[in-house]
Write a protein that binds this ligand. Structure first.
Ligand code: DX5
Ligand code: ZN
Length: 235
């Protein structure tokens, strides 16, 4: 994989919520690829964050893809709202949906790319019969609900397994499914994660925790450092 094929997706969860539009603009200007948008409902996960209205509000701030990570239960009711609010990618946790195949179909029908999210203890088998409806696999490397947690090392073996499944699928069909990781990603571990087969990286606290608040270029150096590590991993 060449270095420019890697996606860096800063999670807005660790951004300054009083300046959300500015945070979106600055992080993309600093070289990020996607905006990762964490939706929590205080039911499926023990935290409460942002919904479609906020997605709609930040939509005009960037042309970069908005990657909506739904940590909500139920799933289906809210899908069209995010599609209308300008989401490009919508992922959900299979345990949170009564009908995984239907939820994936609803996301595609709404014009978005669809994906499944696997918690640290959730088996990958959920993907096996719905590969044709999946554009992204998102592996949680922390338990969902909060930013700033520590990367769970067992996720690396799981990423290799997922990579093997996705490679076999690509060989059979020609279609590429992205492998994204979420939780505890930083400059020290991103290269090792890439070597396990991951090609899209959510980073919340590592990106938004970096730099001084007054500097509009404050995310340049952290994103450049992440990319430099990815360059090492691509050799
Ligand atoms: C956790 C969220 C993550 C979180 C990542 O439930 O899904 O996207 O913001 O934050 P860091 O990178 O700080 O672990
Ligand atoms: Zn997330």
């Amino acid at each position: 994989m060449s270095a420019k094929d890697f996606i860096i997706a800063p999670s807005l969860l660790s951004a300054n919520f009083a300046k959300l539009g500015e945070e979106v603009v600055n992080v993309i200007a600093s070289g990020a690829d996607w905006i990762h948008f964490d939706v929590m409902d205080n039911h499926y996960v023990p935290n409460l964050t942002i919904g479609p209205l906020v997605c709609e509000a930040i939509r005009p701030c960037t042309t970069a893809p908005i990657d909506v990570h739904l940590m909500v239960k139920p799933v289906d009711r809210i899908i069209p709202d995010f599609a209308k609010a300008g989401a490009n990618i919508i992922t959900f946790h299979p345990e949170a949906s009564e009908h995984v195949d239907r939820s994936l179909g609803l996301i595609r029908d709404a014009g978005c790319q669809a994906g499944l999210v696997f918690n640290p203890a959730t088996p990958l088998e959920y993907m096996d019969y719905v590969m044709d409806k999946i554009d992204v696999i998102l592996l949680m490397s922390v338990n969902p609900g909060f930013g700033g947690q520590k990367f769970i090392p067992g996720t690396l073996a799981k990423a290799k397994l997922a990579r093997a499944k996705l490679d076999a699928y690509q060989q059979a069909t020609g279609r590429r499914i992205r492998l994204e990781i979420d939780g505890g990603v930083n400059v020290a571990n991103i290269a090792e994660i890439a070597r396990a087969g991951v090609d899209a990286f959510v980073a919340g606290s590592a990106v938004y925790g970096a730099g001084k608040d007054s500097d509009p270029q404050r995310y340049n150096s952290i994103i450049a450092a992440l990319r430099a590590e990815l360059l090492k991993a691509s050799h």
